[in-house]
Design a protein around this ligand. Structure first.
Ligand SMILES: [Ca+2]
Length: 162
């Protein structure tokens, strides 16, 4: 969830320690030195979520929490939402959803967030549908009244004929 490579940090693949260039190894050791919160962290083996965790709490606190992952979410807080889907990263971490994918999350929560986000559009859509319905109803009533008037004329016409 926090690493660039889905298989984890160990190995020779992309985003794994064995596959890093000299430059990336320097970035890694810099990131590993970020023991206190608030330091710039740009680890080549961590994704944006992993780097955000280390940046917000520091590596020292993270290493203390790594044995008790359930304490990580409260420590992250509810302010960070990297994918901007309205579900905080900490909640996505607990739910096991991808905090970097705005289409991945609790469906009901995503629905409510999107309803709230697009409420003006929804109101406009409802008003437009109501106006369309009113307009079509009025048109149908007009056609109906014209048709009735024509029928009355024909009736009157046929009655007046000898
Ligand atoms: Ca999110």
């Amino acid at each position: 969830m926090c690493h660039t490579n889905s298989s984890g940090p160990t190995g020779d693949g992309p985003g794994q320690i064995g596959g890093l260039s000299t430059q990336d190894l320097e970035r890694l050791s810099k990131a590993r030195a970020a023991m206190e919160p608030g330091q710039e962290v740009d680890s080549p083996i961590l994704n944006e979520f992993g780097n955000r965790i280390i940046r917000s709490m520091g590596r020292k606190e993270f290493l203390q929490l790594i044995s008790t992952p359930e304490r990580l979410a409260p420590a992250l807080g509810n302010k960070s939402d990297l994918d901007g889907d309205g579900i905080p990263d900490a909640v996505e971490y607990l739910d096991g959803t991808d905090p970097l994918n705005k289409s991945h999350g609790d469906p009901l929560w995503l629905f409510l967030v999107n309803v709230n986000r697009y409420k003006e559009h929804i109101v406009l859509l409802v008003v437009a549908c109501a106006l369309l319905n009113w307009g079509l109803s009025s048109l149908m009533l007009w056609f109906s009244s014209q048709s009735n008037a024509d029928n009355e004329e024909h009736k009157d016409g046929s009655l007046n004929q000898p």
